[in-house]
Design a binder for this molecule. Structure first.
Ligand SMILES: [Zn+2]
Length: 430
């Protein structure tokens, strides 16, 4: 029922025709927003100037700071009485962005979530535990309504009360769960401390923070699940804008609802498929808060290969946000790369923390790494060997020498929502 085969597998001219029609509608809708009205007037662009897909490049970009400048309701394109819900971004950098939804927007959004879940084989027979924050964060209500739309049995467990969450998996016969990868790791650790194995379930949907292929392997091993990656952000509805199909080789962006581009973040030049850069998204069906060429800050590339599932518009799994990227002595480092290296080393435990300092004008990166219990109690010379191995593996991948301290299992902070694994003590980062 939620496999919209016609739309999901559109390609060539018919896809372009639909996208252009919706893009023109979106441009018209943005004319209700003073910020865009001014920009479009200045550049003298009219919806009818959009004749082919490349014409999108005539449109201006929208940056996160533009949205922050419109706080709170400056980017709403409909009268307030048509707004039926508000979410906000977390606002870790400056003012949060307020996102509004009309009733139609909420319907569209849950339809996309329902498509995602249908794509990976979930049905009304599944029992779904939604272990994410249900507040202003879009992950809670977004997944909730999509799952209800399919008719799944939804458990709105939220985060916290982890022991109870573990019991529920077993007692209620949970078959699918949505949470952050960090919280999934935490669940398995708490189950271990309770002296039980985490009850297994079939499907894990993980998002809201970048996670590596090695993390996928660890999660699948510990939780007994098949793990799928979900991508989205509040500005473009929320999670579910892109999702992995059963091939799990890239995420399909719903091409009837979004046009995606990849740009060089420095020069803003549009890049070809296969070239890595910043993801730019133009939503095509948003009524309350249409956006033109929104710069997400997320780093990925468009994949050009034909997916056996028949769907198009595929992006590679995310390396990280350009905001998360650390520049250490001129070298770009993403926390997800560090995670990928650490999870490939068998002696390494569940958590790590990265500290960046500037000592005598030089950037120094120190990583505290938890070691598995059985290795932590070993001989000192063995620990030194493990430490050398970690430093060596990090150097191979990051091309950077790091300091590594091995710490006791369970000693580093745990996260129920998005993990904060980097502490940057440099005052003037760039
Ligand atoms: Zn596919």
């Amino acid at each position: 029922m939620f496999w919209d085969k016609e739309k999901e597998t559109l390609s060539g001219d018919s896809l372009e025709k639909l996208q252009l029609k919706r893009l023109k509608w979106t441009i018209k809708q943005t004319e209700n927003i003073p910020f865009y009205k001014k920009l479009l007037n200045e550049s003298k662009i009219k919806p009818d100037d959009i004749r082919k897909k490349e014409d999108i490049q005539k449109l201006p970009f929208t940056k996160k700071s533009d949205l922050q400048g419109g706080y709170p309701f400056g980017f709403f394109a409909v009268p307030k009485r048509e707004i039926v819900r508000i979410h906000t971004t977390s606002g870790t950098t400056g003012k949060p962005t307020v996102v509004g939804y009309t009733r139609k927007d909420l319907d569209n959004w849950s339809e996309l979530i329902a498509r995602n879940m249908t794509m990976i084989g979930l049905t009304a027979d599944d029992t779904f535990q939604n272990a994410v924050n249900y507040g202003l964060f879009t992950g809670g209500l977004g997944f909730h309504y999509g799952a209800e739309k399919i008719g799944m049995t939804v458990i709105p467990s939220g985060t916290g009360n982890t022991k109870r969450q573990i019991e529920m998996i077993d007692d209620f016969g949970v078959t699918a769960m949505h949470c952050t990868p960090s919280y999934a790791m935490h669940l398995s650790e708490v189950a271990e401390s309770m002296g039980t194995d985490l009850p297994t379930f079939k499907t894990g949907m993980f998002g809201a923070e970048p996670w590596s292929e090695n993390m996928r392997r660890t999660l699948e091993e510990k939780l007994g699940v098949t793990a799928y990656d979900s991508y989205g952000m509040s500005e473009i509805y929320g999670p579910g804008a892109a999702f992995e199909c059963p091939e799990r080789n890239g995420l399909h962006f719903w091409h009837d609802c979004y046009i995606i581009e990849i740009i060089d973040p420095e020069t803003c030049e549009v890049l070809e498929p296969g070239q890595k850069g910043e993801l730019v998204v133009t939503p095509l069906v948003k009524e309350a808060m249409p956006l033109l060429r929104y710069r997400t800050g997320d780093i990925t590339m468009i994949l050009d290969d034909e997916c056996p599932c028949g769907r198009g518009a595929k992006i590679a799994r995310l390396t990280g946000r350009s905001d998360d990227m650390l520049v250490i002595r001129g070298i770009n480092v993403f926390p997800s790369q560090i995670e990928h290296v650490l999870r490939s080393i068998p002696e390494v435990g569940d958590q790590f923390m990265v500290y960046v300092d500037r000592i005598n004008h030089l950037d120094e990166m120190t990583i505290d790494v938890e070691i598995k219990k059985e290795f932590f109690k070993g001989e000192l010379c063995d620990l030194e060997k493990i430490q050398r191995k970690i430093i060596h593996s990090l150097k191979e991948i990051l091309n950077l020498r790091t300091k590594v301290s091995l710490v006791e299992p369970g000693s580093l902070p745990r996260f129920e929502g998005k993990a904060k694994r980097v502490i940057d003590n440099r005052g003037d980062k760039f």
